[in-house]
Design a protein around this ligand. Structure first.
Ligand code: VGL
Ligand code: ZN
Length: 213
C-alpha cells in the first residue's frame, strides 16, 4: 500500500506570533521535517481565506471563539487568519518545502469554512486532494500538523469515510484546545472511527528496518 504524509496547515498564523497561534504550534516543525523522507509522497494543505471570510469574528463584530449559525450549521468565529497571499498564510519558514509534491488550498470560499482537507464544512465542494491521491495511487494517509482538534481531526474523519487507511502521528500534531482536552478527544474520535495513532519514533524505527513506508 502506497502511503502519503499529509501535512496540515503548518502556516505562520497557526504558530506562535501568528493571528491564531496554536500553543507551541512550531514545536512540531522539526518532527515533521524528520518524517518527510520516510514517505514516497508528501502533500501539504494551506488554510487560504479571502478577506472578510465567514469564519472571521471581525466580519460580524463578535468576540472570537464564539459561534454563529450559518446555513451549514454552527460556525466558530476566529481572529482573521491565513488570508490568501499574506505572510500569515505562508508555510512556517523552517518547514522543509522541497519534499512537498502537492499543495491543497482550502477555505477559499468566502461563505463556507473548511476544516477538512477534502470537503468544505457544508460538504458542497471538494478540494483536489482526493483526486490527487487517487492519481498517485495513495491508499494510506499519515496526518500531522495544525490543529489536532480542527483541521487534522476533520481531515482524518473524511479520509476514513473516503476509504483510506488513516494514521495520525500524535507528536507531529498540536491542538488549539479552545476547551481543555479537545486534542485528546479528537484523537479518540479518530480511533473510534477506524483510524490509528502512532508516535513519530515508532515510524522512524519501522523505517530503519523496512525502508520507505
Ligand atoms: C484551523 C481554525 C480555523 C485549522 C483553520 O487549521 O485547524 N482552525 N481555521
Ligand atoms: Zn481557517
Amino acid at each position: 500500500m502506497k502511503r502519503a504524509l499529509l501535512i496540515v496547515d503548518i502556516q505562520n498564523d497557526f504558530c506562535p506570533g501568528g493571528a491564531l497561534a496554536v500553543p507551541d504550534g512550531d514545536r512540531i516543525v522539526p518532527v515533521v521535517n524528520g518524517l518527510m523522507e520516510l514517505f514516497p509522497e508528501v502533500v501539504a494543505t494551506k488554510d487560504w481565506h479571502p478577506p472578510g471570510h465567514i469564519s472571521f469574528a471581525s466580519r460580524f463584530a463578535k468576540p472570537v471563539m464564539t459561534t454563529i449559525d450559518t446555513p451549514y450549521g454552527p460556525q466558530m468565529l476566529w481572529p482573521d487568519h491565513c488570508i490568501r497571499d499574506t505572510p500569515g498564510a505562508e508555510f512556517h519558514s523552517e518547514l522543509a518545502l522541497a519534499a512537498i509534491r502537492h499543495v491543497v488550498y482550502k477555505g477559499c470560499d468566502p461563505e463556507i469554512d473548511s476544516y477538512s482537507a477534502f470537503f468544505d464544512n457544508a460538504r458542497r465542494q471538494q478540494t483536489d486532494l482526493h483526486r490527487y491521491l487517487q492519481e498517485t495511487e495513495v491508499a494510506g494517509i499519515f496526518l500531522c500538523g495544525l490543529a489536532t482538534d480542527y483541521c487534522v481531526l476533520y481531515s482524518a474523519l473524511d479520509a476514513l469515510e473516503l476509504g483510506y487507511d488513516v494514521t495520525v502521528i500524535e507528536d507531529a500534531c498540536q491542538g488549539v484546545n479552545v476547551v481543555a482536552g479537545d486534542s485528546d478527544r479528537a484523537l479518540r474520535s479518530i480511533v473510534a472511527a477506524g483510524g490509528r495513532c502512532v508516535m513519530s519514533a515508532t515510524l522512524i524505527h519501522q523505517w530503519d528496518k523496512e525502508g520507505r513506508l
